[in-house]
Each structure stands twice: as structure tokens, then as C-alpha cells.
Write a protein that binds this ligand. Structure first.
Ligand SMILES: Cc1ncc(COP(=O)(O)O)c(C=O)c1O
Length: 380
């Protein structure tokens, strides 16, 4: 009997596999992207307060009004844009749910969705579940910038959606304001919508600033833009994110969201809303904190045989191991866990057509102690 089950080619994600192996082998886990640090104490206190204050039943489908308002203020503060939070912001179970709902909301069977690869591993399965077809356009190493000629060639009348991620996982590269302008021109005469994954918006280094698709009106009019509180509050396990889209697109988004999760943890939403009201400056301090972690990690890698171009954003650092081995990156990663006791993620995992390079992704959102331990194990 043919069971015709969905996603036949999808196994357990590499993040789960590497984290499991890291635990089994007692390896330092710089693979999966989660921080070693706790959320701010006052945020924990606010969430605990709302648990006790009996805010424990379903939240409104689009989000707790106080949180929607705070997100509106945050968008005005950081991106200089005015939104109507009730109509244009939807709180989701992390960035992952937002990405999924946006893709389901607009992709019909046979539609093409253009992905810039390497890319986060949830995009393509979501496209497949919608009956769409992923069209991959490579980002070119070592800078992993957008190749506009290749992108233009990939866009056809069947292109329903273009997915962009900035700051970019795994490379840490950034889409600049000029890139967005060029994308805007490219999409101008098309019906292609934009899904912009900006979950690492506050982790941008060396004095650069995050450029959001929301800043360009022509793009904003056709975009779902996805953010995550998990990434910025050291609370990846809470799974709270949000999607910003014009009213018509938000309505379509919510038609899916209401049947995926319906709504998101009520006490956590209230707690985050309180904290955002009390500490609007919180995000401004994040980049310096993570930049220091990146600098420490890059410094610690010296003498290990790995070479690294400092990441421009995210909490990931790519490292080139071609001086150490000619093995494919998956094999080298497994070897690294076995022989050095350090877990990383192979870049080929983010690609259908892996680029011709030998790169591993390390997560540096870890304490000095963890980074030093990893580096000591990596050095010969
Ligand atoms: C590029 C990118 N998008 C989305 C997500 C998912 O975010 P969340 O943990 O809020 O679901 C991640 C998480 O690693 C990510 O790296």
C-alpha cells in the first residue's frame, strides 16, 4: 500500500542530530543556535507575575493588545515606520510559525518560491507542504551577497514569493539598504511577494545598522516581515515571534495562523509587553554584547587552523577548515565531535547545491568559559 505521506525526504533536522551527538559524546555544543545566557531577570519576574495574575487562558488570536502596541512602538523606534498594530502585526509561536503561515497563506500548488541559499531549513519544507516548488538561487561565498543577475534570471511569472533573510543564518551577511532598493526595482513589475526573515535584527556588528524591508514602502506593501523575541531575549524556548504585513496580507496570514496555533502563550505575551514598556532601550545594548562574544571567539580560533571572516550579524560565525581537511563538511563535523569534542553545523545542510567551499557554522552565543573550552579543544 502506498501511504503517500508528506515530506518523505525530510529526516530529523541536523540541529537535533548534532545536539544529540554532542550530548552523547560530551562535546561542547556550538551547533544549535541557542544562547548560554538567561533572559533578563525582570522579564522572568514579569512573566511569573502574569502566571500568578491568572493570565492563563487563550490570548486573542492576533496577540495580546498590550504586546501588539509595544511592537508598534518598537517598529517606530527602530525602523522609523508607523503600523496599525491590530491590523498589521500578528504574534506567533516563534519566527518558525510566522514563516510557515506566511508561506501557506500565499503559495498555491505549482507556484514557485525563490530561496536564496544557503538558507534556514524550515523554508523549503513549508513550500513543499503548500504544494509549491522551491527555486534556489545561490548566495556567493565568501561574502554570501545576493547575485542580482542570477536572482533576476530565476524570477518568472510563476514566482509567488521571494524569501530573504537578513542578518543571514548561517553566513552572518547583511542585506544593505542599497540591496533592498535593487530588490524593490526587481520586484516592481512582478506579482511576486516578499517574505523577509529578520529574526536577528538586533544582532548587527561593527557600527552597521540593520536594514529592514519595512523601510522601503514599495517592499513593505508586498512583504511579510518576521521577527523573534526568542532570539533577542535569550528565551528561544518560549517560542514567541511576530509577523508584520499590510492589512490584506495579515488577514490571509491570520486565516492560517488561527488553525496552526490559534494563539500564543498568554502570560509570556503579557510579560514581554510589560518588559518592553519598562525597558525600551534593551535592544540597543544587545549588539555590543554579542559583538564582544564574536570577537572573543574569532580571537580564540587563532592558531586552530580554522580561518574566519568576522560575522556581520547573527550569533553565528562561519569558519573555513580547508587548511585542516579535504573531507566534506558533514564528515568533518562528525569527526570534530568524535576527535575534538566540539559540535558545529555543516554549511551544506543549508543548501540543495552546496557551495564549493569548506565551511562550518559555530554559534558564539555562549559564555567565555564555553567558548574557551571549545577553542582549547579545537587547537592542535
Ligand atoms: C534565520 C532563522 N529564521 C527563523 C528562525 C526561527 O526562530 P524561532 O526560534 O523564533 O522560531 C531561526 C532560528 O534559528 C533562524 O535562524
Amino acid at each position: 500500500m502506498s501511504r503517500r505521506l508528506k515530506l518523505p525526504n525530510v529526516g530529523t533536522t541536523i540541529f537535533t542530530t548534532m545536539s544529540r551527538l554532542a550530548t552523547e559524546k560530551g562535546a561542547v555544543n556550538l551547533g544549535q543556535g541557542f544562547p548560554d545566557f538567561e533572559p533578563p531577570a525582570e522579564l522572568l519576574e514579569r512573566v511569573a507575575h502574569h502566571l500568578r495574575a491568572r493570565h492563563n487562558q487563550y490570548a486573542p488570536m492576533a496577540g495580546v493588545p498590550a504586546l501588539l502596541e509595544q511592537i508598534g512602538s518598537k517598529l517606530a523606534r527602530f525602523h522609523g515606520i508607523t503600523v496599525e498594530p491590530q491590523a498589521e502585526v500578528t504574534v506567533t509561536a516563534g519566527g518558525t510559525e510566522a514563516l510557515f503561515c506566511a508561506i501557506q497563506a500565499v503559495t498555491h500548488p505549482g507556484d514557485e518560491v525563490v530561496l536564496l541559499e544557503p538558507c534556514f531549513d524550515s523554508y523549503a519544507p513549508a513550500v513543499e507542504l503548500a504544494g509549491g516548488r522551491s527555486v534556489r538561487v545561490p548566495l556567493t561565498p565568501p561574502g554570501f551577497c545576493i547575485d542580482f543577475d542570477r536572482l533576476a534570471a530565476a524570477l518568472t511569472p510563476r514566482s509567488r514569493l521571494l524569501v530573504v533573510n537578513t542578518p543571514h543564518n548561517p553566513s552572518g551577511s547583511l542585506v544593505t539598504s542599497e540591496d533592498w532598493q535593487r530588490l524593490s526595482v526587481l520586484l516592481e513589475r512582478t506579482d511576486t511577494l516578499l517574505l523577509s526573515d529578520e529574526v536577528y535584527e538586533h544582532l548587527v556588528y561593527d557600527g552597521r545598522r540593520h536594514a529592514s524591508a519595512l523601510a522601503i514602502p514599495a517592499l513593505r506593501a508586498r512583504a511579510f516581515v518576521v521577527f523573534s523575541f526568542g532570539k533577542v531575549f535569550n528565551a528561544t524556548g518560549w517560542k514567541v515571534g511576530y509577523c508584520v504585513a499590510p492589512p490584506e496580507l495579515s488577514e490571509a496570514f491570520r486565516r492560517v495562523h488561527q488553525f496552526v496555533t490559534f494563539s500564543v502563550s498568554t502570560p509570556v505575551q503579557h510579560g514581554i509587553a510589560d518588559y518592553l514598556g519598562l525597558h525600551p532601550e534593551f535592544f540597543a545594548e544587545l549588539a555590543a554584547f554579542y559583538q564582544a562574544r564574536r570577537d572573543r571567539f574569532v580571537e580564540l580560533l587563532q592558531g586552530s587552523g580554522f580561518t574566519a571572516r568576522p560575522s556581520e550579524g547573527t550569533y553565528f560565525q562561519l569558519a573555513d577548515y580547508s587548511a585542516l581537511s579535504e573531507a566534506p563538511d558533514v564528515d568533518f563535523c562528525l569527526e570534530l565531535i568524535e576527535t575534538h569534542g566540539v559540535a558545529a553545523i555543516p554549511v551544506s545542510h543549508f543548501c540543495e547545491q552546496p557551495p564549493d567551499c569548506r565551511l562550518l557554522r559555530f554559534c558564539f552565543a555562549k559564555s567565555d568559559h564555553t567558548l574557551e573550552l571549545a577553542a582549547a579543544r579545537l587547537r592542535p
